[in-house]
Ligand binder design. Structure first.
Ligand SMILES: Cc1cc2nc3c(=O)[nH]c(=O)nc-3n(C[C@H](O)[C@H](O)[C@H](O)COP(=O)(O)OP(=O)(O)OC[C@H]3O[C@@H](n4cnc5c(N)ncnc54)[C@H](O)[C@@H]3O)c2cc1C
Length: 231
């Protein structure tokens, strides 16, 4: 059965991430030039982290825009990628449904709420089966992939390479780790954040839902993690 589970891999992050951010921070407030600051950088990680935390906490986010990270993502639904590509400061390269024809039965993602209901899950699988058969019918009768894809569901899996800077990653986490975000994109962004935190644990306090940054929930109703502004 071509049901698939999400996979996320961190494929690029700078080795000298702290040095770059520290240089950016110090350049703003030092009489020395940026080159001298970078060439004579301290080996004291705590000192670097103390300045970086102070600068980020004061909202001076341009200093972390210099750090670009890249992820490879497999088995994510088109429904979730459509939400991901709404973020305008990210770069994407996504599997084409025009040039890549689905082979046989296409792969798809099943929302856990549907999988938990046996009867609805069976109907879901039946729908996928019928759609796969119709899709193959179209392809075998000379319909191009770009037109045959019209009948593929939002659940169809996709694959993409995603790059973004640390400022945008924090923004993405603030919006998409919120329980108001759809479960699949929430899980994808959580995996992205966890992979970054494994390399750079100091970022953990920033890669949080927006209530963690604001100190309150700005939605109409709170999930309970934080109170709304009016309690
Ligand atoms: C829970 C949830 C529900 C949603 N529901 C819907 C929905 O029903 N319908 C829908 O259409 N979308 C919906 N969205 C998508 C949402 O409206 C945004 O398009 C998406 O979250 C990207 O956010 P963004 O614009 O802040 O981020 P990005 O595009 O990543 O931009 C980051 C920041 O850059 C700045 N920026 C970027 N571009 C501009 C610009 N052109 N002008 C000024 N400032 C800019 C803004 O400060 C912005 O916050 C939803 C999102 C969430 C999280």
């Amino acid at each position: 059965m071509p049901k698939k589970n999400l996979e996320v891999q961190l494929i690029s992050i700078p080795d000298n991430l702290l040095d770059v951010i520290y240089t950016a921070c110090r350049t703003c407030y030092s009489a020395d030039g940026a080159i001298e600051i970078y060439d004579n950088i301290t080996n004291d990680t705590d000192k670097k982290l103390a300045l970086i935390s102070k600068v980020i906490s004061s909202g001076h986010y341009s200093t972390i825009e210099h750090i670009q990270v890249t992820f490879a993502i497999n088995n994510i639904s088109r429904a979730a990628t459509h939400q991901l590509v709404r973020h305008r400061h990210m770069s994407f390269s996504q599997k084409s449904q025009r040039y890549v024809k689905e082979k046989g039965e296409f792969d798809f993602v099943v929302p856990p709420a549907i999988e938990a209901n046996k009867s609805l899950y069976n109907k879901f699988l039946k729908h996928m089966e019928l759609t796969a058969s119709l899709y193959q019918d179209f392809i075998q009768n000379g319909i191009k992939g770009e037109d045959a894809r019209s009948i593929l569901p939002n659940a169809t899996t996709s694959s993409l390479v995603v790059s973004l800077n640390l400022r945008e990653l924090i923004h993405l986490a603030n919006l998409r780790l919120c329980t108001r975000a759809q479960l699949e994109i929430r899980l994808a962004v959580k995996k992205m954040c966890t992979l970054i935190e494994e390399k750079e644990p100091w970022l953990k306090s920033h890669l949080v839902p927006k209530c963690g940054r604001l100190g309150y929930c700005d939605e109409d109703k709170s999930c309970g993690r934080m109170k709304t502004k009016n309690g």
